[in-house]
Design a protein around this ligand. Sequence first.
Ligand code: MRU
Length: 347
Amino acid sequence: MDTRPHDTIRALRWSGGALELLDQRLLPRTEQWIRCTSCDAVATAIGDMVVRGAPAIGIAAAYGVALSVIRHYAPGSAWRGRVDRELERLEAARPTAVNLAWAVRRMRRVLEEIWGDPREALLAEAGRIHREDVEANHRMGDLGAAYLDGGGVLTHCNTGALATGGYGTALGVIRSGWAQGRVGAVFAGETRPWLQGARLTAWELVAEGIPVELICEGAAASLLHRGVVQWVVVGADRIAANGDVANKIGTYGLAVLARHHGVRFMVVAPTSTVDLATPRGADIPVEERPAEEVLRCAGRPVAAEGAGARNPVFDVTPAELVDVLVTERGAVERPGAARLRELVAGL
Ligand code: MRU
């Protein structure tokens, strides 16, 4: 097993016939695990943000498929129909992160190839998806860190161990970069409305002994203008065939700022996030969550009563604003349609 520094946190585990999830809604104050014993419980945990981050959603969904079959498999019965209905609900739990559909598709493929009892094979496949994700993150950590030059790095949302099987995508690059002395300072945007940066990224980095300074989203422009940030490093929820990147709301603004200030912009994502079936960023479904999430902060009302709110939780960064895309299969500078097709060829 690949052991490396700053790699101590895990937020998903299979234990005693159940998927256990570290409840990310309660962090950083409370570390509480939730046990999911059914596919529906996994779908609810994904929709409610107990588990979030594109790769982690995919891994949870894979275990969800296994749980569905474990619950319904009974030779001679109509169990496949019951499983199909649960998988439909699972796939709809969150629309933007394509890793969810990717994982369910991969699990379905195993299911369709087996005539006898598929339970063991499905659980093994979910475990493989989980392990492969951590390996991909380690690889991306090395590839991405090679670009860093000892300066300041700004990241957005949470792309760490909590958002993946472990180690993280963009935060994995920051972990590796820090370990190699290639990161001078880490800045994390707080990421309203769920505060993934303030609650989750800061919690992970503090736990790993990596210094982090939080900024309000509005402070990013001034920080870039002052020259304290050399790289903006973010993750992705879906990368369209033309290289456009959907990620946490606010990412697009950071990409525009980075280009304006001559700061480089890196996207770090496994190839399971690349979706060649979606031609352009404009075709990516962007999740809108309840207005209440904006009107409140940590459950407490913060807005004037009577105000409305919009809550699109992802935005799309055009491919031309991406300087480097790092995947487990290699890093691509100025990624476009042709380079993306080459990257995922044979998968
Ligand atoms: O709404 P979330 O918290 O699921 O959004 C997460 C992000 O946008 C991450 O940047 C993305 O999923 C990549 S995580 C490695």
